[in-house]
Design a protein around this ligand. Structure first.
Ligand SMILES: [Zn+2]
Ligand SMILES: [Zn+2]
Length: 440
């Protein structure tokens, strides 16, 4: 088999990998380079054009597999995050093949296409986590259920008579998830006897010692902030990643304990919640009002302005993104004004990109001017740390390890763990870059 690492091997983002088994090629993930997209203003009620995105460097360079174009039989997406799915609406059309993902992932994809008024010719096919199907006469696809920071995330297992490839972007080993199932360890352990030729794994936090904390820990942190601080009569805003439905679920529960009504505000907030409701994995509509577009958001915020102690607002803006709800409030484009001791809870971390860091700084500065109470890093990550990655390698016992989802520093950090597990650089451990190919 031959693997081409198309995108996400020089940077964090625009993930795309192509795997050639026999004379057939399967593409895994087609993601955005997020800093480029965020800079264009994700939440704006206007459509960013293909050309704008391309100029900003948002897409993986799929011309790197031009010679394989007619051999591509399927595109498989592991989960709904934009750094894995974002480029599908713009690039998938070039390939005459179906796109596969879990029901929630496909639903998010459909809703992005709708929003951007893009009609994909590709057939969009849903496959449940922990199930298997034939992509072609020679290649099988199996999705292995895993935990991450959004629902229905899966590890992707491709198999042919040449052996198997396991793709682990993105994951954490969470043994006490708040929604959804635990990782399918049983299946992962069995893989050690099934000729896994290559393990392609995220390296995002390979440098971070220890084990990533469970979502249950983040839930406790959020609980403490929401229930055990004095917020009486004051506004309470919780912001997190719109796709983080587990976190939103916890925020709803604590809002109920406070006897406050829940408002979900922001375009992407509405998008992910509605997609999850469409496939029946959450039912947040019964708990609050979902307002996506500016007009609706305005209407809801007018209510909060009049009665600030009665609501919990769950909204976009966790990264300080231009045109998110928090950003618009602070630029006086929405009818709400923070006052002293209003609460703003950042249930997230700032993605360490210079644009994000700057955006968040500006946002927090403005909040401080209004003397709002700010709670940051009320969060647990969705990505595997060093010891999780070691467990993964030892569980699956692949023949080769290919670190992904990072720049050189991150790829090498996972490389170091693999070396500690006995893999040899250049023979069984491969540090790849965008556009490189390896035959295994
Ligand atoms: Zn990712
Ligand atoms: Zn992810």
């Amino acid at each position: 088999m031959e693997i081409c690492t198309v995108g996400g091997y020089n940077e964090v983002g625009k993930n795309m990998t192509a795997i050639k088994m026999g004379d057939e090629v399967i593409i895994i993930d087609m993601g955005f380079y997020l800093p480029a997209v965020i800079d264009l203003g994700e939440e704006e009620d206007h459509d960013v054009s293909f050309e704008e995105l391309k100029r900003a460097g948002a897409f993986p360079d799929d011309s790197l597999i031009k010679d394989w174009k007619d051999k591509v039989k399927a595109i498989v997406i592991g989960h709904c995050h934009l750094d894995h799915i974002g480029a599908v609406p713009y690039l998938a059309d070039k390939y005459k093949c179906p796109v596969y993902g879990t029901p929630f992932t496909i639903e998010v994809l459909k809703s992005i296409c709708n929003d951007e008024k893009i009609k994909l010719k590709n057939d969009l096919r849903k496959i449940n986590p922990n199930s298997k199907l034939k992509l072609t006469n020679k290649i099988t696809l199996e999705l292995i259920g895993i935990t991450h920071s959004t629902l229905q995330s899966s590890l992707i297992l491709l198999g042919s008579d040449e052996g198997k490839v396991l793709y682990c972007n993105d994951f954490k080993f969470d043994n006490t998830p708040v929604l959804g199932k635990k990782p399918n360890y049983e299946r992962l352990r069995k893989l050690s006897k099934e000729n896994v030729v290559a393990l392609i794994s995220e390296s995002l936090y390979a440098h971070r010692e220890g084990k990533t904390y469970s979502e249950k820990i983040a839930r406790e942190l959020l609980k403490d902030v929401m229930l055990n601080t004095n917020s009486k009569g004051k506004a309470m805003f919780v912001t997190t990643f719109a796709s983080h439905l587990e976190r939103i679920y916890s925020a709803i529960e604590f809002a109920k304990k406070l006897n406050r009504k829940v408002l979900f505000l922001g375009r992407s907030m509405a998008k992910y919640i509605k997609a999850a409701e469409a496939v029946g994995i959450v039912n947040f509509s019964k708990d609050g009002i979902i307002a996506g577009y500016s007009k609706q958001v305005k209407k809801e915020l007018e209510k909060v302005e009049k009665n600030r102690g009665k609501y919990v607002v769950i909204c976009t803006g966790s990264q300080g993104e231009p045109n998110s709800v928090l950003d618009k409030i602070l630029r006086k484009r929405l009818p709400f004004k923070f006052t002293e001791k209003d609460n703003v809870i950042f249930s997230c971390r700032t993605i360490p990109d210079p644009i994000n860091i700057a955006n968040r700084e500006v946002l927090e500065k403005k909040l401080k001017k209004y003397k709002a109470r700010i709670f940051t890093d009320v969060h647990a990550s969705g990505h595997a740390s060093r010891e999780d990655l070691r467990d993964l390698i030892e569980m699956v016992k692949p023949k080769n390890v290919i670190p992904s989802h990072g720049d050189n520093v991150k790829l090498n950090a996972l490389g170091e763990i693999a070396e500690e597990c006995g893999y040899k650089m250049g023979s069984t451990l491969h540090i790849m870059h965008n556009g490189k190919r390896v035959k295994l």
